[in-house]
Ligand binder design. Structure first.
Ligand SMILES: [Zn+2]
Ligand SMILES: [Zn+2]
Length: 224
């Protein structure tokens, strides 16, 4: 499967924090199920929104990593919000209001067994100190290339197998990956993000699909 390239990742617990450090979360399993790069308009729009609100710089192509859905919020839960791009948005992106980092992301396709992190929009503990995650947990594919627009910047070359650059999400070889990837969690010790989401406020940004967010005036809704 896809996880062979992650065999060397340290599978023990990892820390996730927002950029400023106010929010600290532990995840029980430190080996990602998969890592990929996504050029889609929704990933980009959320990160642009977070950036104009004061969050991290938007990467030209975001790196998405997928982890077992087993976490423990150590501190900073009061800063967390669940953000949807629009009323019918299917992804729920946890955002830290202290510094507008993006933390765990949920989508119905993850079947409750995993969540996604934007590697560039929060801090995820290294597998090996001082070795960049792009070396220890490299992206195995690049998806939604059809959505890439050169106004985002110069496209970085894909570091993996060039046959794994895809126009959309689901080329045949990954068909059903979400549902086929392990449907269970081994020895969960914390909570699922869905249970965290029941406690933290949610907000809907009301953004039109594909619209670029270049300043706060492009956002109908900000944070209170
Ligand atoms: Zn995306
Ligand atoms: Zn923060």
């Amino acid at each position: 499967m896809f996880d062979k390239i992650y065999d060397n990742c340290d599978p023990t617990e990892k820390e996730i924090s927002c950029q400023c450090g106010e929010v600290l979360i532990k995840m029980s399993h430190g080996r990602p199920r998969r890592v990929m790069e996504c050029c889609c308009v929704d990933c980009y729009q959320h990160l642009e929104w977070a950036s104009v609100m004061g969050g991290p710089k938007v990467p030209i192509v975001p790196t998405l990593s997928y982890w077992d859905n087993d976490i423990d919020v150590v501190r900073g839960e009061e800063h967390l919000r669940v953000v949807l791009l629009r009323e019918d948005g299917r992804s729920k992106r946890t955002t830290a209001t202290c510094c507008f980092s993006t933390l765990m992301v949920d989508h119905p396709g993850y079947n409750g067994v995993m969540f996604m992190l934007f590697e560039e929009a929060c801090r995820i503990q290294d597998d090996v100190p001082d070795v960049p995650p792009t070396k220890t947990r490299p992206a195995e594919s690049r998806i939604y290339f059809k959505d890439f627009d050169t106004s985002r910047g110069k496209l970085p070359e894909f570091g993996g197998d060039p046959s794994r650059v895809h126009q959309t999400c689901c080329p045949k070889y990954i068909n059903g990956w979400n549902s086929k990837s392990s449907p269970t969690l081994e020895n969960p010790s914390g909570e699922k993000i869905q249970s965290l989401f029941e406690r933290i406020p949610q907000m809907i940004l009301g953004l039109e699909e594909g619209k670029r967010i270049l300043s706060r005036s492009d956002c109908p809704v900000g944070f209170e």
